[in-house]
Design a protein around this ligand. Structure first.
Ligand code: ADP
Ligand code: ASP
Ligand code: MG
Length: 417
C-alpha cells in the first residue's frame, strides 16, 4: 500500500484538482490511500468564521458565502453535468456547517474551532472523491473521523494509537483507492478534533504506520525539500536524500514543508517518505529514509517569524536554577507555548517562544508575579543546519541580532523582525 497526501496548494482550484488525476495516471492508483487537506486557503477563511461567529460580527454571512462560492465554482468547472450528486453533497455540507453554528451552545473556542474548521477537509475530500469517480477512478470516500481517534485536546489532539490502528485496518480497503481527510479526527464522544495546523502530513504518516504502507508521498508546489524556503530565500537547492533525523530537525526548527509530527510514525516502521512536485510527478523529489546522509551536503536555512523572545530574572537577583526552570517550563506546557531555543546565565533565563495559540498575554501575568520579565514580540528565529562561516556571515548581514547560539551542527539567531 501507498499513502499520498495532497495539500491545499495541490487542490486550490479546478485545474489543480484535474492535475491530481495526472499525478495518479503517472504513478498508478491501486492500493492507495489519498489524504487531502482543505482547498487553497480555506482553513484560514474558516478560522475567520470562528472568530466572527464568537464575536457575533455582522460579516459572518458574507464570509460563509465566500467559502461557499469558492467551492461551488470549483465544482462547476469540474463537472459538466449539473445534475451530478456532488452539487447536492456540497450544498449539504454547507447546510451542516450552518446547523453546527446555529445549534452550538459551547463557548469554548478550541472546541468550536474544530467543529467548524474541519469542514474545509470534508469539502475538499468530497469534491476530489466524487471527481475521481466521475472520471473513472473508482474510489471510496472515508470519513477520517471514523478511524482517527484522539483525545479531546481540541486543536492539538493526540492520537489514540491502539484504537486508531484497529479502526484503520478495519475501515480501509487495502486493494482499492480510498480518499480521506487530513488534519481531522474525533474524540471518544465522536466530536470532531483537529491535529494542529498543517496536520494533514501527519495524518498521512498515521495511515501509513497503521497500514504498514510501503511509502508515503506528499505532493507539493516545490520540487521537494529544499535547503531553504523559496518564499524567503532567493537561491535554494533541492535536497535529494535526507535521513529521518535530518527531516525531524528541519521540521522542528520550522521548515514548514513537512509537519514535524509526520516523521516519527514513519521512522518507527522505516517507511520511506517522498516529497515531490505535483507539477512534475516524474521527478525524483526528496526521499527521506533511515540513515541516508544529507545529499547534497549543504547549509540548510530555516526562518520562523512571529516568535517571542522572553527573558526572565529573579526579582531578588537570586540564581535561576533547576526549580525555577522546571516551574517556568510547566507553565509553557500549561499554556501550549512551544520553546524553540533556550539560553541561560546565572540570574537570567531567555527563551524563544512560539505562541501558536495566543496564550502569551495570560502567561505573562503569571510570570510577572514571580520574575522580572522583559520580552520582544515579532522576532524572527533563523536556524542554519550544517552551517559554514560563510553562511553565517551572509545571513547576519544587516540584521539586528538579539541572541545567538551555536552547537555542533546548528547555528541559531534571534533577530528583531
Ligand atoms: P501544502 O500544500 O501541502 O499545504 P505547504 O504550503 O504547507 O504545502 O508547504 C509547501 C511550502 O513550504 C512551499 O511552498 C514552501 O514555500 C514552503 N517551505 C518552507 N520551507 C521549505 C523547504 N525547506 N523546502 C521546500 N519548501 C519549503
Ligand atoms: N487544512 C489544514 C491547515 O491548513 C491542514 C493542512 O493543510 O495540513 O492547517
Ligand atoms: Mg499546508
Amino acid at each position: 500500500m501507498r499513502v499520498f497526501k495532497f495539500g491545499g496548494a495541490s487542490v486550490k482550484d479546478a485545474n489543480a484538482v484535474k492535475n491530481v488525476l495526472k499525478v495518479l495516471e503517472e504513478t498508478g492508483y491501486s492500493n492507495l490511500v489519498i489524504v487531502v487537506s482543505a482547498m487553497g486557503k480555506t482553513t484560514n477563511a474558516l478560522e475567520k468564521i470562528v472568530t466572527s461567529y464568537l464575536k457575533k460580527d455582522s460579516d459572518l454571512d458574507s464570509l460563509l458565502d465566500h467559502i461557499k462560492i469558492y467551492h461551488q465554482e470549483i465544482v462547476l468547472q469540474l463537472f459538466d453535468n449539473e445534475q451530478h450528486s456532488v452539487f447536492k453533497d456540497v450544498e449539504q455540507l454547507f447546510v451542516d456547517l450552518d446547523t453546527t453554528l446555529k445549534r452550538n451552545k459551547s463557548t469554548r473556542y478550541d472546541y468550536i474551532y474544530d467543529q467548524i474548521v474541519s469542514y474545509g477537509e470534508l469539502l475538499a475530500s468530497t469534491i476530489l472523491s466524487r471527481y475521481l469517480n466521475y472520471k473513472g477512478y473508482q474510489n471510496k470516500w472515508l470519513d477520517a473521523r471514523d478511524v482517527i481517534k484522539t483525545d479531546n485536546a481540541y486543536r492539538d489532539a493526540e492520537i489514540d494509537w491502539e484504537v486508531t490502528k484497529q479502526s484503520i485496518l478495519k475501515g480501509v480497503n487495502k486493494k482499492g483507492l480510498s480518499v480521506t481527510q487530513g488534519f481531522i479526527g474525533s474524540d471518544e464522544n465522536n466530536f470532531t478534533t483537529t491535529l494542529g495546523r498543517e496536520g494533514s502530513d501527519y495524518t498521512a504518516g498515521i495511515f501509513a504506520y497503521c497500514l504498514n504502507a510501503d511509502s508515503v508521498s506528499i505532493w507539493k508546489d516545490v520540487p521537494g525539500v529544499l535547503n531553504a524556503d523559496p518564499r524567503v530565500f532567493d537561491t535554494t537547492q533541492l535536497l535529494s536524500h535526507i535521513s529521518y533525523e535530518e527531516a525531524i530537525e528541519l521540521a522542528f526548527y520550522g521548515a514548514s514543508v513537512i509537519h514535524p509530527k509526520t516523521i516519527q510514525p514513519l521512522q518507527r516502521k522505516e517507511i520511506p517518505l517522498y516529497v515531490k512536485s505535483f507539477l512534475h510527478p516524474q521527478n525524483q523529489g526528496t526521499s527521506v529514509k533511515k540513515g541516508q546522509p544529507l545529499d547534497p551536503h549543504l547549509p540548510c536555512y530555516i526562518v520562523k517569524k512571529n516568535q517571542i523572545l522572553l527573558s526572565l530574572s529573579s526579582l531578588d537577583f537570586s540564581f535561576i536554577v533547576e526549580d525555577n526552570i522546571s516551574e517556568i517550563f510547566s507553565l509553557f506546557h500549561q499554556y501550549h507555548i512551544k520553546v524553540d531555543l533556550i539560553q541561560n546565565s546565572a540570574i537570567s533565563f531567555s527563551v524563544c517562544l512560539d505562541d501558536k495559540f495566543n496564550n502569551f498575554e495570560s502567561l505573562l501575568s503569571k510570570l510577572k508575579a514571580k520574575f522580572r520579565v522583559t520580552y520582544n514580540t515579532d522576532v524572527s528565529l533563523f536556524t542554519i543546519r550544517h552551517f559554514t562561516n560563510e553562511a553565517i556571515t551572509t545571513l547576519e548581514k544587516e540584521k539586528d541580532i538579539l541572541l545567538k547560539q551555536i552547537t555542533r551542527e546548528t547555528y541559531q539567531m534571534v533577530t528583531r523582525y
